[in-house]
Design a binder for this molecule. Structure first.
Ligand code: PCA
Length: 204
């Protein structure tokens, strides 16, 4: 059995729940192909531990694909992140009270990594199911971007594709739609080897 590792985050910044984990955990064990199963796990929302936890999970499961998800409060669409940048700049403290400002995720690492997922095909598939989705040009500079960058860094040069999806709050997207949207995004990522050419950009 091959696995797709799907992660969500624990709650942060006084929110009682984090829909990224609420949705991901409902997809744990879901088959997306004959011998490909989703393994869902929760990550801590802390700079010191989130990346380590993800790297351990990758070592443990040797997944064929990794998709990390997190909450982007205020966004109303499921957003496929295009790029992870090598900077931590936390507007708020993380769950361990740490608030790094202008530090590197990986000292000496490249400025950025692109997602290796077919983000346009994923957006298209989710939209075709009537669920709001878009490409996002920034995953921010908090714990989600840090995990996204670490993941791209450890998987660079391997055959495992990986990327990050930000999800809306439950006030802006009901959980069943989010779960279905994520499931479709994972399936599209798995079944698409060459991304489609569709406009996903923004003017500033
Ligand atoms: N969202 C935060 C961190 C954890 C989460 O779910 C972020 O976007 O960085």
């Amino acid at each position: 059995m091959r696995t797709v590792l799907l992660t969500g985050f624990e709650p942060f910044d006084q929110d009682p729940v984090n829909p990224s984990w609420e949705a991901a955990r409902l997809l744990d064990g879901c088959m997306i192909d004959e011998d490909v199963m989703i393994v869902a796990r929760e990550l801590p929302c802390a700079f010191a531990t989130a990346g380590e936890c993800l790297v351990r999970l990758i070592d443990e499961w040797r997944p064929v694909m990794v998709i990390a998800t997190g909450l982007a409060p205020g966004r109303s669409e499921i957003s496929m992140e295009r790029v992870a940048i090598n900077i931590n700049d936390a507007r708020i403290p993380d769950n361990l009270g740490e608030q790094p400002v202008d530090t590197a995720v990986v000292v000496g690492g490249p400025a950025a990594y692109f997602s290796t997922l077919p983000i346009k095909a994923m957006v298209k598939a989710v939209r075709e199911a009537g669920i709001a989705a878009s490409v996002s040009q920034t995953a921010g500079t908090f714990v989600c971007n840090q995990v996204f960058y670490r993941m791209q860094h450890v998987l660079a040069g391997t055959s495992a594709r990986s990327g990050f999806i930000h999800v809306p709050s439950e006030a802006l997207m009901a959980l069943p739609s989010l779960v279905e949207g994520l499931r479709i995004a994972v399936c599209a990522a798995w079944s698409t080897s060459v991304d489609v050419l569709e406009v996903g950009g923004q003017v500033s």
